[in-house]
Design a protein around this ligand. Sequence first.
Ligand code: PLP
Length: 220
Amino acid sequence: MESAANRLETVQANVARMCKPARRKPSDVTLIAVSKTHPAERIEPLLKAGHRVFGENRVQEAQGKWPALRDMYPDTELHLIGQLQSNKADEAVELFDVIHALDRVSLLKALVKAMDKAGRKVPCFIQVNIGDEDQKGGCAIAQLPEFIEQVRGADIPIAGLMCLPPSGTEPAPFFAFLAKLAADNGLSGLSMGMSGDYETAVQLGATHIRVGTALFGERG
Ligand SMILES: *Cc1c(COP(=O)(O)O)cnc(C)c1O
């Protein structure tokens, strides 16, 4: 079986390869290793290989795994990539360095309160419902300019825009659309691309790719 360190090298090489034709620098793309559902023993090899940026989608699961790992690797940067419930805002702000799914006013209010209480500002990506899907989280495209203004008004640092394209469709048009929305609104960060489509996302300007399976193998 291929080791985690080998997989990391492969993904990094793919990112570098896609950067070239797009005239981008690999260092402008942050690889978030999505370690959700994987135990600490599976995460440690990547930490040992020098990787320091990880993503989790559940606050409680991350609280169980990361404090101990962080004691060993204090320079680790932890991203919350999944939906966040407002009642978990305090815990999320304590544990995570970046939050990727700010998508509604109620959550904005909860995060403002949590950041005031913690005395720390956590940069947030605004998630956009890029495929306009009923069941999907994310700010509606029509409401995005207004929501961005509200987040700016609340003095929360905006890391950029984040999306999950509709499954089973060609993702490139959605990535390109997210990049346009970010440019139109004066934002530069783009959290887009997962194991199946991160190369396309890099070509289209992703600054943060969220890769789980390609680094850790299938989730159980
Ligand atoms: C699980 C998850 C990923 C990683 O997915 P893979 O296909 O395993 O790379 C990326 N983004 C979000 C929001 C996720 O929940």
